[in-house]
Design a protein around this ligand. Structure first.
Ligand code: UGA
Length: 453
């Protein structure tokens, strides 16, 4: 058992704190926002993440998890300090490191022989940067002997608790082998899958250098985002040649060198990570006076998907101004209420700017603060009331079970733009709706063939 401090209680920090307490460590979470702190101390998680509330309550109940606003108490109560503060995108693509710097400065006066673990996604080279900030702000650098380890997170929102407790790999990077031993020890229950609810599948522990660990994080997200952009570009080709991208994806995904995950074509990726991390990697490459054309293309293909969605609606409705358009799903993906860089919100904004009347339904989201013109209702059929078109923008399971006949009856038009390829086109069309998917040219082709036969 180790004594652990976790700084920041957003998605990542709260998951890290609750999961480390669950596997047996003694954890103190540092949160400077009094409102958030109050919630957490009562066992309330101020955002939606499956299974997290239960683990926070379990940790508070067992006494292995507590929260404080006090950096001194956090440092006194811990040997290992996980930095989990936000690093949102700054204006120039580089992550904004203000919160990380403020956190480091508040902890530094209390530093002794702590091991600092950067869990936040930080630009490559930040381990060194953090070391210097801590050295400068520590009371007496001569006796403060601390280390910095990079430990990137690979948590998906919605399944973050599962991903933390049952990872494919754990990456720890530092140029100090003793510090790596300490962090490896923190992860021992997870690497050995020795905790209540373990599934016995032991992840690989990767020990490496600081810069390599930092690069692994960016490489993973850049690859996943590029994979989606790849299949979305293929979707455009499928539309041209009359092929079905869902079948193409299934077939190529069966090749184990390619793999089937992250090959779902649609209106593109969003969220707080892919766009931010790709832009940060491009900005890093810029600093070296060189270029990353593949990463730039992945971003561009993704942006183009959003404008293509509006164009598809314009083509089928002829005009956008005054049209009623229903959007199903607002969050950037199912299982979360997170709207950061959500394709649905971006597309809603574009449609509103073009003069459409847009009504949305999302199983969780009830408000989009910066889009007051967007009407949000709590029933999908009400969202579709007198709509000219419905756009399915987030792949929520529950949409698949919608009664398409009832939907059609509520609409005044008949367009269903399936931005996530959730529906069987034949079922949509037999309900009297006109189906548009993403990259599903084969359907139109097949029908055209059967008409002429
Ligand atoms: C992503 C990574 O998957 C995590 O491994 C990583 O830790 C995290 O970023 C992070 O850096 O913190 P997340 O942003 O939660 O996780 O969401 P994903 O499940 O990766 O989905 C991202 C977007 O891609 C969503 O908008 C989703 O709809 C879209 N997507 C995903 C597709 O369009 N097609 C697919 O095949 C898969």
């Amino acid at each position: 058992m180790r004594r652990i401090g976790v700084v920041g209680s957003g998605y990542v920090g709260t998951v890290v704190a609750a999961c480390l307490a669950h596997v047996g460590h003694e954890v103190i979470g540092l949160e400077v926002d009094p409102e958030k702190l109050g919630c957490l101390a009562r066992g309330e998680v101020p955002f939606f993440e499956s299974g997290l509330r239960e683990l926070v309550l379990e940790g508070l109940g067992s006494g292995r998890l507590r929260f404080t606003h006090d950096p001194a108490e956090t440092m006194r109560s811990s040997q290992v300090v996980f930095l989990c503060v936000g690093t949102p995108s700054g204006g120039d693509g580089r992550p904004d490191m203000t919160a990380a710097e403020n956190a480091a400065r508040s902890l530094a006066p209390h530093v002794e022989d702590h091991v600092f673990v950067t869990k936040s996604t930080v630009p490559i080279g930040s381990g060194q940067w953090l070391q210097s900030i801590l050295e400068d702000a520590a009371p007496d650098p001569a006796w403060a002997s601390f280390s910095v380890v990079s430990n990137p997170e690979f948590l998906r929102e919605g399944t973050a608790v599962h991903d933390f407790l049952h990872p494919d790999r754990v990456v720890i990077g530092s140029d100090d082998p003793a510090a790596l031993d300490v962090v490896a020890d923190v992860y021992a229950p997870i690497v050995d899958q020795f905790f209540p609810g373990s599934n016995g599948r032991r992840p690989t522990l990767i020990r490496t250098g600081q810069a390599t660990a930092e690069t692994i994080k960016y490489a993973a997200n850049a690859f996943l985002a590029t994979k989606i952009s790849f299949i979305n570009e293929l979707a455009s080709i499928c539309e041209l040649v009359g092929a079905d991208v869902t079948e193409v994806a299934t077939a190529i995904g069966l090749d184990h060198r390619i793999g089937s995950a992250f090959l779902r074509a649609g209106i593109g990726w969003g969220g707080s990570c892919f766009g931010k991390d790709l832009r940060a990697l491009v900005a890093t490459v810029d600093e070296y006076g060189t270029d990353a054309p593949l990463l730039r293309a992945a971003i561009e293909v993704n942006e183009r998907r959003r404008s293509l969605t509006v164009e598809t609606l314009r083509r089928s409705l002829k005009t956008i101004r005054g049209r009623r358009i229903a959007i199903f799903g607002l969050a950037f993906k199912p299982g979360t209420d997170d709207l950061r860089d959500a394709p649905a919100v971006d597309i809603a904004r574009r449609l509103l700017n073009a003069g459409a009347l847009v009504t949305a339904y999302d199983p969780i989201v009830r408000n989009v603060a910066d889009l007051p013109m967007l009407r949000i209702v709590d029933d999908p059929y009400d969202a579709a009331d007198r709509a000219d078109a419905v756009l399915v923008a987030t792949e929520w399971e529950e949409f698949v079970g919608l009664d398409l006949d009832a939907l059609r009856r509520r609409m005044r038009g008949g367009i269903l733009l399936d931005g996530r390829n959730l529906f069987d086109p034949a079922a949509v069309e037999s309900a009297g709706l006109t189906y548009h998917g993403v990259g599903r040219g084969a359907r139109r082709h097949a029908r055209a063939g059967s008409h002429s036969a």
